[in-house]
Design a protein around this ligand. Sequence first.
Ligand code: ATP
Length: 908
Amino acid sequence: MSEQGHGTVNWHRLDPTGVVQKLQSSDTGLASEEARRRYAQYGPNELIEKGKRKAWRILLAQVKEVMILILLAAVVISAALQEYIDAVVIFVIVVLNTILGFWQEFKAENAMAALKKMTVPNVRVRRDGAEQQISAKELVPGDILLIEAGNIVPADARLIAAANLKVQEAALTGESESVDKDTGALPDGELALADRRNMIYRGTVVTYGRGEAVVTGTAMQTELGKIATMLQDVEDERTPLQRRLAKLGRSLAMAAGVLIIMVAGMIYLQGAGFKEMFMTAISMAVAAVPEGLPAVVTIALALGAQQMLKKNALIRQLPAVETLGGVTVICSDKTGTLTQNRMTVSDVVLPVRRYSLDEAVAEHGEDADLGLLLLAGMLCNDAVIDENAQNGILGDPTEGALVLAAQQAGLVQRDLQAMLPRVRELPFDSERKRMSTVHALPSPSQGTTLHPVLTAAGNQGHADHLVLAKGATDGLIEVCSRILINGVVQPLGQKRKEEISAENTAMAKKGIRVLGLAYRLMDVDELDQPARYEEDLVFLGMACMLDPVRPEAIESVRLCKQAGIRPIMITGDHPLTAVAIAKNLGLTTSDTVLTGQDLDKMTVDALSARIKEVSVFARVSPKHKMVIIDALQAQHEIVSMTGDGVNDAPALKSADIGVAMGITGTDVSKESSDMVLLDDNFATIVAAVKEGRRIYDNIRKFVRYILTGNAGEIVVMLTGPLMGMPLPLLPIQILWINLVTDGVPAVALGFEEAERDVMNRPPYNPREGIFARGLGWQILVMGLIIGLISVGTGYWFWDGGTGSNAWQTMVFTMLTFCQMAYALCVRKQTQSLFTQSWLSNPMLLLAIGVTLALQLILIYVPFFNTVFRTTPLRPGELGICAVGAVVVLLITESRKLFLRSKRIEYHA
Ligand code: ATP
């Protein structure tokens, strides 16, 4: 074992048994005791993450912010000018702000890291002689790993069994074509990684088939681990909105530059000295730039992702939270997402007879054709009976239904598998839409008697193998040339094919899933010609299955439509089955359906032109999902697309929101997705969209709140000197307003509940700017109003009209009070403050309470009077500030009243 991971053992040259021995493992796998020991020795199977930012890095990033640097400069210069109090206060505020920003980013980062952890895949291993599921993290060298199409290989391993195994190794070799893998030993000499056909490597993707392998290296001892340092760039996970906000920040900084020069000029003309001019410049810069905004957005998105998790939607990419709110089309698979994926066989249709399941159970002993069909269904099948599993079956529900039906009729899966061992297979894939298995027939000389139903197969004793096939009937009859009727194999003519098709169609129209079954006898010399397995088959009949729709999907489809989002069904099933189920769901009323074949004949443009009227796509393969996405995106739709298989990965990547299935989805699909549905449920997508809309609305709410505050401060600072007053607000006061008065309630606005009409309105135009729908004007107008109220009050007091010397404190307090009132009003877009529940956002009430209390402390505690240059206000003066707040409240609420009277429901 000591050689493990040091490259001294050429695993690929050893034969499989040698490797297993060398790693001190066995076919039954490691004993769990030994696995624990090795885990202690080798550690978790994880790459050392350079990507995750350490706490100090986040802190450093905070400190590197331009604004903080400017403020630090201000500290130094203030100190140099012997303004020690200012220096200390600015420094303390900088520290507080850094802590706040750090805490927010740290929390957001941790929230996302926790979500990422949840996506560590489970892997199947054999330990103590039994198959088990463990977390990929727990793998140790020597583990016997079971892999199948759709898995991302979790460690480096030497194959010991492989059936049609193909692996895509682009992550290591850059080659995007899948390569065949097998167990054979390789010749001596150094082989390039791509040529080591009997090894599988961490991070590569199993695209086809299945296999078993013994783990040779984990964690950083894998080939991927060795190059991991090259891969781990920190991704820019900023969302489009955050990027736009950053840009906005830069433009505001430019504008601030101009303002600063203007104001500083005015102050200078009034005869102020350098110090005052300098401090003014600094405070203007601080007033104009919304420092806190990007951090507040991050925390809102991360908290949103946590909320979504509570609703079973696991967010993998932070920007998805934002994009979800703008989704205009939800493309969904049918089976399992819109339906329950609880299949039961309802009928069995033979060429000349049909049985309900009950009849089939009673009759199968009498009817050998029926018996053979049931046997084919049970053996050409990867589902296994497992009393402990949900519904008694492990595996695909379609297959499970067939196994259960045969079992009810008295067939015993284990016995049949022992008598007719599977020696080859062509696995199911969503292109062919069928699968087949090849079984060795017991030779008469062995003395075993053939199962009675097999006599119906018409074996005259020559053939030694049996092919069993099942799949979509329309495709299957194309590869059948014969048909079994009453124990006699007959040619399958065109007329019969049409009859079968008609029967198939009739069932499909009722929303039933129909699976055809067929068989053929085969000689041993054909074993190595897989292309021939599905040729010249004998058609047996069809099994009909019911898959009830999810009741909650009906409601979600209705909700989608009400919210202006188009649900589209994309399925591999028969077009008529698809339409029938789509109608049951209320997803469509029309019979229009496009099939994969139709799509093959269409250009993206042609499809784009028609896509508005088509809500159901059937018999499609994963590649068609790409075409559908392209056509929708050409129409400027924001597309969410579900997928579960290996081949769905490209579609999941190119959709605006790729949605993978948490239960039935493959590792690859999850890895390519933006969001994982932990319950595979369509309703969860819709719930996530609703949540996304809420968060987007809330972001706009605090953008509006913060920027209005900034605008108010600028108005005060600009008009004050114009009216001949000295600086109406001191730099430290502005800093305080910006970082506390504006910052604290803004975070709380992120917790605001959804608007009541959130799913009654169409999605917002995804390309709209932050200031769309009147937000920009609102900010300017309300900023002006709040600014003028504050500076006006200040002027009145300054002018001596009131006989008070507290004019500056009045400006400072008035601004704060008005902002608090405004925070209450921006909670809802048009709903009145008086009809909404006050307690629905306790965080906001708390934030407002704390901010007001702090303001009072700044005014009434003598220490802070010195620090913030405030004067205690008389009760009447405090009352005047309260009146100002009421005025702001009345103005905003009157506007809402006006919007409501005009029935303008969704506005800034
Ligand atoms: P979805 O709506 O998720 O696309 P689907 O199950 O209808 O669901 P596929 O899984 O691609 O889509 O299946 C397409 C067709 O292939 C089915 O309609 C069925 O006829 C056939 N099929 C499905 N599963 C199997 C299987 N295990 N073996 C053989 N044929 C299958």
